[in-house]
Design a binder for this molecule. Structure first.
Ligand code: FAD
Length: 467
């Protein structure tokens, strides 16, 4: 008999729940990854980075074994596999609890049942799976802190040892044409490195963060120029490192405020995963129904200016250009640009969420939707709608000297701190002096923050009244 290990967002050969079970199974084993080309968007840094990771993983697996690539629609691929291997009777995978991954898993469960293939699906991607932490009345939590209090008490996660000694892993290439198509897709990717891919690089990133930045993380994490967050998010979304391995190494660190704060951030990841599983409609619908009737402006020119980093608000522009150039954006900046889009420009948070989906190399549906609904004040435990970020004050607080702005908005390089956050305050003479001409070399602000703030509050209140 033959078993299949189906990799998805768990691109590693260590500390992998489903893989351990698959290796312990005496059946012959096939290791595989299924590529759905219809999901691949050309200008998506998200997809480019993800497939770079898959290609790297393929090389790693191919050293001792062989990673079979299936290329095409998921049902078609697995149908073809079953036809090629009538003896295939078990499939192992780490399941998705929410979003399109969950829908695919549900559909595939039907398929496997029909074909009499047993499914061994595991919870692997979180420290606590979506259905693990409930209130006393067995409801889902809506507020972070009580969820966290349960979450932290109940963690038992420990790395899982996978014994890779197995001599009946099938190494013969089953679908050479599919592998060729995947190779072509990889070759056509832009020759750009977004981050150092792979399990080894993920471990190095973890160790660098723990040894150098964990201890003062609670302070340094808010200053984009310092780059002192872990930057583990791209590895977590591909599964190039396991969350249990991170947890284990974290536990071994001496107690510090930085450590406590970092643990809370890991909890946000599980919290949003739980929220998305509990509210499967939340990619399209606000969780707080009172905000269903917000009248968004949705001005496409403003949206383009925001995407391109040309709003005339330097901190917003620097952040958006960081995203466009690197595929990653600092958390403080994600909050600033999301607030700016939804509250200052009154553009629907779903537009922003989709743009982030296209661009983020760490795109995780639950965290992204959660972050956007938080910023738009439409989600569970979101920022109150009347507390609106002032982008210039945020800029002065978290990039006081304007170093981050200068890095990503080079046309403002010569501006002193007095003007770097609000270039529109320069007189004509000052513009001459610094060689920056508003409306020509750098845009005037596309919106007046104080006026926009009042308008946004009125629109949110109107939605509540209409509800
Ligand atoms: P660190 O500060 O080092 O945190 C460590 C890990 O904790 C992160 O890698 C991440 O897994 C988790 N984490 C930290 N903050 C959050 C948070 N607020 N919510 C959920 N998990 C968190 N994170 C994503 O992983 N993918 C997304 O698509 C995503 N979209 C976001 C969109 C918006 C509008 C906002 C406000 C936040 C979003 N986040 C997202 C959360 C957060 O910005 C990133 O996790 C973080 O910036 C990643 O960098 P890091 O690994 O250096 O984080």
């Amino acid at each position: 008999m033959i078993s299949v290990m189906w990799f998805r967002q768990d691109l590693r050969l260590e500390d992998n729940t489903a893989l351990k079970k698959a290796f312990d199974d005496p059946n012959e084993l096939i290791l595989l990854f299924q590529v759905n080309p219809s999901q691949f968007l050309e200008n998506s840094l998200n997809h480019q980075a993800f497939f770079q990771s898959v290609a790297h993983f393929q090389k790693e697996v191919n050293k001792p074994f062989h990673l079979q690539i299936l290329y095409g629609d998921v049902l078609m691929c697995f149908n073809q596999l079953k036809k090629a291997l009538p003896n295939w009777n078990t499939v192992y995978f780490n399941q998705n609890h929410c979003g399109s991954g969950h829908e695919r898993d549900q559909m595939m469960r039907h398929f496997f049942k029909e074909k009499q293939i047993s499914v061994v699906s595991c919870a692997d991607h979180q420290l606590h799976a979506a259905d693990e932490i409930k209130t006393k009345t067995n409801d889902d939590y809506k507020v972070f802190t009580p969820y966290y209090n349960q979450w932290i008490q109940r963690i038992k996660a420990a790395p899982i040892k996978v014994d890779l000694k197995k001599d009946n892993v099938i190494k013969e290439v089953l679908f050479p044409e599919d592998e060729e198509k995947f190779a072509q897709l990889i070759q056509a990717l832009p020759n750009k490195i977004y981050y150092l891919v792979g399990n080894q690089a993920a471990h190095q990133q973890l160790e660098l963060f723990l040894s150098q930045h964990l201890v003062d993380y609670q302070i340094a994490r808010d200053f984009p120029i310092q780059n002192k967050t872990s930057q583990l998010s791209p590895y977590l979304r591909t599964g190039e490192i396991s969350i249990r391995t991170i947890w284990q190494r974290l536990k071994e660190q001496p107690a510090s405020e930085g450590k406590e704060t970092f643990i809370k951030e890991l909890c946000w990841r599980d919290f949003y995963n739980m929220i998305y599983a509990a509210h499967p409609q939340q990619k399209d619908q606000p969780i707080q129904e009172a905000f269903t009737f917000i009248h968004w402006e949705n001005n496409p020119i403003d949206f383009d200016s925001w995407k391109a980093g040309k709003t005339g608000y330097p901190i917003v522009d620097a952040a958006m250009r960081q995203l466009n150039e690197t595929g990653w954006m600092h958390n403080r900046l994600r909050m600033i640009v999301a607030s700016f889009l939804t509250k200052d420009l009154l553009i629907d948070w779903r537009w922003g969420e989709k743009y982030f989906q296209q661009m983020l190399i760490d795109y995780e549906p639950a965290s992204n939707i959660g972050g956007w609904q938080w910023a738009a004040s439409t989600g569970t435990d979101a920022v109150p709608y009347f507390r609106i970020f002032n982008p210039s004050l945020q800029s002065k607080k978290f990039d006081a000297k304007g170093e981050f702005i200068r890095k990503f908005v080079p046309e403002l390089e010569k501006l002193p701190p007095a003007f770097i956050h609000e270039p529109q305050k320069m007189t004509g003479n000052e513009q001459q002096k610094y060689g920056i001409f508003l409306g020509e070399t750098y845009p005037n602000p596309i919106v007046n923050h104080q006026e926009a703030r009042k308008k946004a509050i009125a629109r949110y209140e109107l939605s509540k009244e209409l509800f």
